[in-house]
Write a protein that binds this ligand. Structure first.
Ligand code: AMP
Ligand code: MG
Length: 688
C-alpha cells in the first residue's frame, strides 16, 4: 500500500462550545506529518473543527501528502439499523441521512430530539436511550427501564474492544452515541467537499489521498501524564503510534473484510500499534558463556541494542533549551549576514602603504542597523561597530589611530585591505549545518540558532523515566524510622540525576519486598513511562524480587559486569519498557547509573551515544589496585591534583556528596603514588 505521509487523529465531542481556553471534553486534533508531531490542536466546537479540518485537508492534498484521518465515533451502526432508518444497507447513506436532519450550532443542537424521533418510528422504546437534557423527550427513555432495542446492542468491534460504549447510549460520561450523531454530518459534508480524495474505511477501497478511519484512542493509549489534558495527550500519542507503523503493517491492519456496520481501527492489533516504539524482550540478552562482562563490552552491547523510543515534535526556539534535536539544522541566514565593521572608526576602500595618509570624509555615518549606503572612491565614512559596510568600503581604521580635521581623516600606515572588518558569512554561511541531530540543546546553541534565523526546531519528546525503590527496610525522610529501617536515599538521588540529564523523571514511589505489589507497580508504570529505574532487589537472593519478576517474564538478564563498586545489574524488559535494576547500595546505584543507565537512556531519548570525557591529572593519594575489575573512586580536584575519598566503603553516601567526579582505574593492577597521573572524569562529563 502507498504509505500515508500525515496522520490526523481527532477526538470528537457531542457537547457544546467549550470556550477559548484549552480544556477537556472539547475536540482535540493530533497531527504527525512525515514522522514529526505538531502540538495538539484545541478546537472549541464543531463549527471550528469542521473549518479547521477542511483547511487542513486542503493543505495536505495540495502538498501531495496522503492522509490517514481518524475520528473517534462509530462510522456505522449494528446490522439492521441502516436499512430500518433509510431503506438501504449502505452506512454512508446513514451519514447523509443524519447530515440532512441534524441542526448544530455551538450552543444548541437537536440530537436528543432526533434520537426521540427515530425511536418513535421504531416502536418508541429504543434503540437510543439516555437524555442529557432537563426536559423529557418523546420516545427517548432516560434510563434503560422500559427500553427495547430491536438491533444488536454492540457491533463486533465493540465486543472485542474492552471499555467501549454502545452507540445507542446518547448521554453519560464516555457515551459515544451523541458524538456519532454530531460527527457523521460533518464527515458527510467533508466527504462531499473532497469527493475525489476521501475514501471511508472499511466501506470503500482506500486508493485515494485521504482515508477516513474510525479509531478509539483508549484502545492503545494509556492515561495522560500528570497535568496534561487526556484528550490532547491521546490524540498525539495515537497519531504517533500509527505514524510509527511501517506501511505494510498499516496496510495489513486496514485490510479487513468490509463489515457493513464498520469497525474500530487497530482492534486485534493492539500490540503492534503500541509496539512501534517499544523494545523487544530479548534486547538485553548477553552472549552465552560470559561470566564477568568487561565494562567496555557491556557498553558496546548496550549501544548496539537500544534505539530511540520517543517521537518527534516541532517547537519554537524559546522552548528548545535542554531538548534533543532530531534532525540536523541548517542556517537560514549567514552570520554575519553582511560584511561589517568590528570596531568604531572610519571605513574606505583598499589598504594603505606605510606613509602618512589623508582621506576626505563624506557626511553622515554608518551605524549598526543602518541599511548599507555607498561611499565614493577615495573618500571615507564614519562607522560604528556592527554597521554593515557601505558599498565602496572594505577596510576600517580604528578611531584611536586617526586625527580628524578639515573634514578629513589623517593617519599613518600601513593598513591591510580588509582590516578591522568581518566578512559576510565568515562565521556561518547560509545552508551550513548549525546543529547536529541528537544533540541536547545548550544556551550557546540557542545563540547560534537565533543568529542564523532558525525559529522552530524539531526535537524529541522528553523521555519519561520512572524511579522505584524496593525494600521493606525503606521509609520516607521525615517519617519515623523504626529500628532496622533506613531512609530511602536512592529515589531522590536517581530522580535528581534524571532531571540533570534532561529527562522527565517520574516518581513511582517505594515497593515493599512483595512480588505481587511490585508486579502491580511495574504494570502501572509501564503505561506511564518510557523506562524504569529500580534500586534494590536486583541480585539473586530470596528478597530480590525485581530480578525474580523480570526473570519470570522471560525478559531479564543479570549483567555481571567487572566493575567496582557494583553488584549485578538486572537489565530487563517489562511490557516493552526497559527496566534498569540497579543495586540497592547508593554508591553502586549511582556509579551504575552514570556508567550504564545514562548512555542507554540517552540513546532512547534520541541523543548521540555519550562518552564521558576524562582528564589525566596527578593524584594526591596513594592506592594499590588489584587486577580484574575496573574501579571507580569518588574523587575531586583541588589545586590541580586529584583527591580520593578516604573510604571506599560502598555504603558511604557522604563520599558521593563530597566527590565532584570519579577516578577511573582500568582493569590492570596498579600501584598509585602521589603525583602519578590518574584519569579523572568530572561529574559534569556525565551530564550532571
Ligand atoms: P539490595 O540490593 O536490595 O540487597 O540492597 C543492598 C543495600 O542497599 C542494602 O543495605 C539496602 O538496605 C540498601 N538500599 C536499598 N535500597 C536503598 C535505598 N533506596 N536507599 C538507601 N539504601 C538502600
Ligand atoms: Mg532489598
Amino acid at each position: 500500500m502507498k504509505p500515508f505521509d500525515t496522520v490526523l487523529i481527532v477526538d470528537w465531542s457531542g457537547g457544546n462550545d467549550t470556550g477559548p481556553k484549552p480544556r477537556k471534553d472539547a475536540i482535540w486534533a493530533g497531527v504527525v506529518r512525515n514522522g514529526v508531531a505538531d502540538a495538539p490542536v484545541y478546537l472549541r466546537n464543531r463549527v471550528a473543527a469542521e473549518i479547521w479540518i477542511a483547511a487542513f485537508l486542503e493543505v495536505e492534498i495540495a502538498a501531495g501528502r496522503r492522509v490517514f484521518a481518524g475520528f473517534d465515533f462509530s462510522f456505522g451502526y449494528p446490522v439492521g439499523f441502516a436499512k430500518a432508518l433509510t431503506g438501504q444497507d449502505d452506512p454512508l447513506v446513514v451519514w447523509d441521512w443524519f447530515e440532512a436532519r441534524i441542526e448544530d450550532a455551538p450552543e444548541t443542537n437537536n440530537r436528543f430530539d432526533l434520537a426521540g424521533e427515530i425511536n418513535s418510528t421504531m416502536g418508541g422504546k429504543g434503540p437510543f436511550w439516555a437524555n442529557g437534557l432537563g426536559r423529557d423527550i418523546d420516545g427517548l427513555p432516560r434510563r434503560k427501564d422500559h427500553y427495547y432495542n430491536p438491533f444488536p446492542d454492540r457491533r463486533e468491534a465493540e465486543q472485542q474492544a474492552k471499555g467501549t460504549f454502545t452507540c445507542w447510549q446518547m448521554a453519560g460520561a464516555g457515551a459515544v452515541g451523541s458524538q456519532t450523531f454530531m460527527g457523521l454530518p460533518v464527515l458527510a459534508r467533508l466527504r462531499r467537499q473532497f469527493a475525489k480524495q476521501v475514501r471511508v474505511w472499511p466501506f470503500e477501497p482506500l486508493h485515494r489521498d485521504v482515508a477516513f478511519v474510525e479509531i478509539w484512542p483508549s484502545l492503545t493509549v494509556g492515561p495522560a501524564p500528570e497535568g496534561q489534558i487526556k484528550d490532547s495527550w491521546q490524540v498525539s500519542e495515537l497519531a504517533s503510534q500509527i505514524a510509527a507503523l511501517d506501511a505494510d503493517d498499516l496496510g495489513g491492519m486496514l485490510d479487513v473484510e468490509a463489515p457493513r456496520e464498520g469497525a474500530i481501527f487497530g482492534v486485534g492489533f493492539e500490540d503492534a500499534l503500541r509496539g512501534g516504539l517499544r523494545l523487544r524482550n530479548d534486547c538485553f540478552a548477553l552472549p552465552r558463556g560470559v561470566h564477568w562482562t568487561p565494562v567496555d563490552d557491556a557498553l558496546d552491547l548496550l549501544q548496539g541494542r537500544l534505539r530511540v523510543v520517543v517521537r518527534e515534535e516541532k517547537i519554537t526556539l524559546s522552548a528548545a533549551l535542554g531538548r534533543v534535536s532530531s534532525h540536523a539544522v541548517e542556517a537560514k541566514r549567514a552570520n554575519p549576514p553582511l560584511a561589517n565593521t568590528a570596531v568604531d572608526g572610519y571605513g574606505f576602500a583598499g589598504g594603505r602603504g606605510p606613509s602618512a595618509h589623508q582621506i576626505p570624509l563624506v557626511s553622515g555615518r554608518a551605524a549598526a542597523g543602518d541599511a548599507p549606503g555607498a561611499v565614493p572612491d577615495g573618500q571615507a565614512i564614519r562607522v560604528l561597530t556592527g554597521a554593515a559596510l557601505p558599498e565602496g568600503v572594505d577596510t576600517v581604521i580604528l578611531q584611536e589611530d586617526v586625527t580628524v580635521s578639515d573634514g578629513a581623516i589623517c593617519f599613518t600606515g600601513p593598513l591591510k585591505q580588509g582590516a578591522n572588518t568581518r566578512r559576510a558569512g565568515e562565521d556561518v554561511g547560509a545552508g551550513d549545518q548549525v546543529l547536529a541531530a541528537g544533540r541536547r540543546i545548550t544556551a550557546s546553541d540557542l545563540a547560534l540558532l537565533a543568529a542564523t534565523d532558525v525559529s522552530e526546531i524539531v526535537v524529541r519528546v522528553p523521555l519519561r523515566v520512572g524511579v522505584l525503590s524496593t525494600g521493606d527496610e525503606l521509609v520516607e525522610p521525615g517519617e519515623i524510622a523504626h529500628p532496622g529501617q533506613i531512609y530511602d536515599a536512592n529515589r531522590p538521588m536517581l530522580l535528581g540525576l534524571l532531571a540533570q540529564m534532561g529527562h522527565d523523571p517520574v516518581d513511582l514511589g517505594r515497593a515493599p519486598d512483595n512480588r505481587d505489589t511490585l508486579r502491580h507497580m511495574l504494570d502501572d508504570a509501564a503505561g506511564k513511562v518510557d523506562a524504569i529505574l529500580t534500586s534494590g532487589g536486583a541480585s539473586a537472593g530470596d528478597e530480590d524480587h525485581v530480578s525474580a519478576l523480570l526473570s519470570e517474564a522471560g525478559a531479564m538478564t543479570l549483567w555481571r559486569i567487572a566493575i567496582k563498586p557494583g553488584r549485578p545489574l538486572a537489565l530487563g524488559v517489562w511490557d516493552g519498557i526497559p527496566v534498569f535494576g540497579l543495586p540497592g547500595n547508593p554508591v553502586a546505584a549511582m556509579v551504575c547509573t552514570l556508567l550504564f543507565t545514562r548512555p542507554a537512556l540517552a540513546v532512547m531519548a534520541g541523543e548521540d551515544w555519550p562518552s564521558p570525557q576524562g582528564f589525566d591529572v596527578p593524584a594526591a593519594f596513594e592506592k594499590r589496585k588489584k587486577p580484574g575489575r575496573r574501579e571507580y573512586l569518588r574523587a575531586r580536584m583541588r589545586d590541580g591534583k586529584i583527591e580520593a575519598f578516604p573510604s571506599e566503603g560502598s555504603g558511604r553516601i557522604s563520599g558521593l556528596s563530597w566527590a565532584e567526579g570519579l577516578v577511573e582505574l582500568s582493569e590492570e593492577a596498579r600501584d598509585i603514588a602521589p603525583g602519578d597521573m590518574v584519569r579523572f572524569i568530572p561529574y559534569a562529563s556525565f551530564g550532571i
